[in-house]
Design a protein around this ligand. Structure first.
Ligand SMILES: [Cu+2]
Length: 144
């Protein structure tokens, strides 16, 4: 009787390990459809348009990220903001890459990010203007 209980416990633990393993490997096997090349998100008082080029970004080369920042209320281009980006893979901990986007033309900022593995990534964009609290939002970017 005691042996039987032990067997059940061992089988139970084995089953849990198997399920966890399957869950993890399935997550990396399931193809994620590419996200849109142009995406729009709201961040506090701002509206942020992200353009990823090429899309989907390739794992071998850095992708160009263009961001346009406008005031939600007025549609006015926001030119003197500090725009920082951080990218992290959604399905595993591969660390976080932090970047500062460089101003290009009024309201437009540019950065290059390397999505070094195929799958879903999350890109956090933070916008701060002097005298205004920083606002942030996230974009999903699927790399291939
Ligand atoms: Cu990864």
């Amino acid at each position: 009787m005691k042996r039987r209980k032990l067997l059940i416990v061992v089988l139970g633990i084995g089953f849990l390990i198997l399920i966890t393993f399957l869950g993890t490997s399935l997550e990396s096997l399931i193809p994620h459809p590419p996200t849109a090349a142009v995406q729009v998100e709201q961040a506090g008082p701002y509206q942020v348009t992200l353009q990823v080029s090429p899309n989907p970004p390739s794992v071998t080369n850095p992708a160009n990220l263009s961001l346009q920042v406008v005031k939600k209320a007025s549609g006015q281009l926001v030119s003197n903001a500090r725009v920082t980006l951080s990218s992290a893979m959604q399905t595993m901990d591969m660390g976080t890459e932090e970047l500062v986007a460089q101003p290009q033309s009024p309201g437009n900022y540019h950065a290059q990010a390397h999505f070094s593995m195929s799958g879903p990534w999350q890109l956090r964009v933070q916008i701060s203007e002097t005298g205004t609290p920083a606002a942030s939002t996230t974009f999903d970017v699927t790399a291939r």
